[in-house]
Every structure is written in structure tokens, then in C-alpha cells.
Design a protein around this ligand. Structure first.
Ligand code: DP6
Length: 329
């Protein structure tokens, strides 16, 4: 059976997925909108091997029990829903990221997108982007967007079949840059999956649900018009609204580190000097700073010079997952 290697990119949510109306199917409470990030990538090789008696899963050179169990459950979904060609039931999976995992940079998004695509192709199963999105979503919500390219919308849906993502603008529609300020490379203490479960305990969650659909429509219109300043303001406000829910959930989630706050202040200082830069943060402490190509190196230099920033990564709008000829084993 063919060994298959897929490169999939992570994304940054401009309008965030937070809270699930169905935890098992991973149906989100609201639709979301993201940019796929070329530069924050996962490469995964999968081979279904008749000689294996269980899955053999290695991520970033290690076989962590929690991670291998989550990946194994996703392979179970594939085993249950499709027939694997030539009867091999277990897979060898090797995966690596170009960026630190578990730090708020959506490694589960690129990871489960690459895994879903590689594992199905390696099993001789060809899925449409919509089918891949539905399947990837059940591994990690973000992965449902990461099987697409460019600017991506995830329709929340009421059923598994209607909760999927699609590209609303291709990667070359608008050149937006993301400079990621890495303030720590250690793993975060709480996973997004645990955080989603607490979303409903915040008194602000209901208020968010009342305006999130219209906020998503506004964001789409601002992308259509390429209005970077208005989109940036909206994205930053959305990030702060999202974190206000984290702060007021039970248990409360204070995810920012001192370096995260330093970056936020620097971004606001740059804006007061006329530099178009806007921050957003997921469930973690590392900070995405969106800017335009003309300002990318300046923004990168300013962030890299901050005492609490360990390093910066740069990404541009990326395309859908791609097949690679070079395998990881
Ligand atoms: C804050 O997709 O990581 O990054 O579905 O449980 O795997 P699971 O959660 P995950 O949640 C991402 C939340 C977010 C917002 C977003 O990317 O939309």
C-alpha cells in the first residue's frame, strides 16, 4: 500500500471557534473565519502496514501517550467508516512541525488536517475537500479549516454533514503577513479541548453568541474590500472578547505570559506611529501579529527586539495541503 506524505499548514482564526454544541462530533457553537499560514506547517507520513498489530505513532520524535491516543482515535474513525485497501488495519504515522506545538499556534489544526489527508490517501480513499473537512473536524475543530487554502470559512452547521469549511478567497487574493512572536516554547497547561468545555460557564458567552454571526459577515465584507485597518481593529477586538470569555470561565484561564502583554503593547505603540499591525492570540501565549508586506520586516525587527520575545516566525497566506514525494520514514 502506498506510503503517503502530506504537508498541511496551520491557520490563524480572525473570528474564533469557541464552544461546541456537540462535543463528540465537534460541532462548534459559531461559524469561524481564518487565514491558512504558509510557514507554520506540519508534515505527516502515513503507511498502513499489514505487519503491524497496533498503530505506531511518532510526533516530533516522541510517542506521547495522550497524543498517540488522540491520533489513534482518529485512525479508528477512518477504519470504521472506510475499508482500508488490501486489509492492513494499522498505520505507521510519523509527523513533525516547523513550529512549537501546544503553545497556541494551532498545531492540532495542521496536524489533524495532514493526518486525515495522508491516512485516507494512503488507504486508497479519495475524498473531496468537503468530505476531508468533515472527517478532519472530528479530530480537531481547527483541522476542518486547515484542509482548505487561503481565506477559509467554517460553517458551524447543525449536523456533521453541514459543519465543514471552504475557501472563500484563494491564497493569492490578498497578501497579508503574520509575524508570530514566540514568547515561550513550552507546552501550555490547558488544552483548547478542555477550554471549549468551560466556554458556557462565562457570563459573556451568551452575549458573544448574539453578535458573532454578524461579526463574521462584517469580517468577510472587510476582506472583500481589502480594508486592512478595519479588519485589523475587528480581529484585535475579537481576540480580546475571546480572552474575556477565557478569563471569566470556570475554571478561569489566564493564558497570557508577561511576554504576550509586552507584544500587545508594542503592537499598539507601532500603530500609534502609523505602522499597520494588529495582534490576535488563540488559547496560548504566543502572539500572531498581522501586517502588510511593506511593513513585515519592520514589524519583525520591532518584535524580535523585545526582551521577552524568544524568536519570531513569519508566515504568509497559504494554500491547501499538498502531497510531498519525500517521506519521513
Ligand atoms: C482558540 O480546534 O484546538 O484556536 O476542536 O478541541 O481540537 P479542538 O479545539 P481547537 O480549538 C481552537 C480554538 C481557537 C480558535 C480557532 O482557532 O478558531
Amino acid at each position: 500500500m502506498p506510503k503517503t506524505t502530506i504537508k498541511a499548514s496551520s491557520d490563524i482564526a480572525l473570528i474564533k471557534y469557541w464552544g461546541k454544541k456537540d462535543e463528540v462530533l465537534r460541532l462548534p457553537e459559531n461559524g469561524s473565519l481564518s487565514i491558512i499560514l504558509d510557514g507554520l506547517d506540519t508534515i505527516t507520513t502515513v503507511e498502513w502496514q499489514a505487519s503491524l498489530t497496533k498503530d505506531d505513532i511518532t510526533i516530533q520524535g516522541t510517542q506521547d501517550a495522550l497524543e498517540t491516543s488522540r491520533v489513534g482515535k482518529h485512525l479508528d474513525r477512518i477504519r470504521q467508516n472506510y475499508s482500508i485497501e488490501k486489509g492492513a488495519q494499522y498505520a505507521k504515522v510519523v509527523s513533525k512541525n516547523s513550529f512549537p506545538k501546544g503553545t497556541g499556534l494551532s498545531s492540532s489544526g495542521s496536524g489533524f488536517a495532514a493526518l486525515t489527508y495522508a491516512a485516507t490517501l494512503a488507504a486508497g480513499i479519495t475524498l473531496s475537500t468537503k468530505e476531508l473537512s468533515i472527517l478532519a473536524r472530528q479530530g480537531s475543530g481547527t483541522a476542518c479549516r486547515c484542509v482548505c487554502g487561503g481565506f477559509v470559512e467554517w460553517h458551524d452547521g447543525q449536523t456533521s454533514e453541514t459543519s465543514f469549511s471552504e475557501t472563500i478567497f484563494p491564497f493569492d487574493f490578498w497578501d497579508i503577513c503574520d509575524v508570530v512572536a514566540v514568547v515561550d516554547e513550552g507546552m501550555k497547561k490547558i488544552s483548547s479541548t478542555e477550554g471549549h468545555e468551560a466556554a458556557h460557564t462565562s457570563p459573556f458567552f451568551t452575549a458573544r453568541q448574539q453578535h458573532i454571526a454578524s461579526k463574521l459577515q462584517t469580517a468577510k465584507a472587510l476582506i472583500t474590500d481589502k480594508n486592512f485597518a478595519a479588519l485589523g481593529e475587528l480581529v484585535e477586538a475579537e481576540c480580546l472578547e475571546f480572552h474575556s470569555i477565557l478569563l471569566t470561565s470556570q475554571p478561569p484561564m489566564v493564558l497570557w505570559y508577561p511576554g504576550s502583554v509586552q507584544v500587545m503593547h508594542e503592537v499598539q505603540a507601532m500603530r500609534s506611529e502609523g505602522i499597520p499591525a494588529y495582534f490576535t492570540i488563540n488559547t496560548g501565549f504566543n502572539v500572531h501579529v498581522l501586517t502588510l508586506p511593506k511593513y513585515e520586516s519592520l514589524v519583525q525587527e520591532r518584535l524580535a527586539a523585545l526582551p521577552l520575545v524568544k524568536k519570531t516566525l513569519t508566515a504568509k497566506v497559504g494554500s491547501a495541503p499538498q502531497s510531498l514525494d519525500q517521506h519521513l520514514f
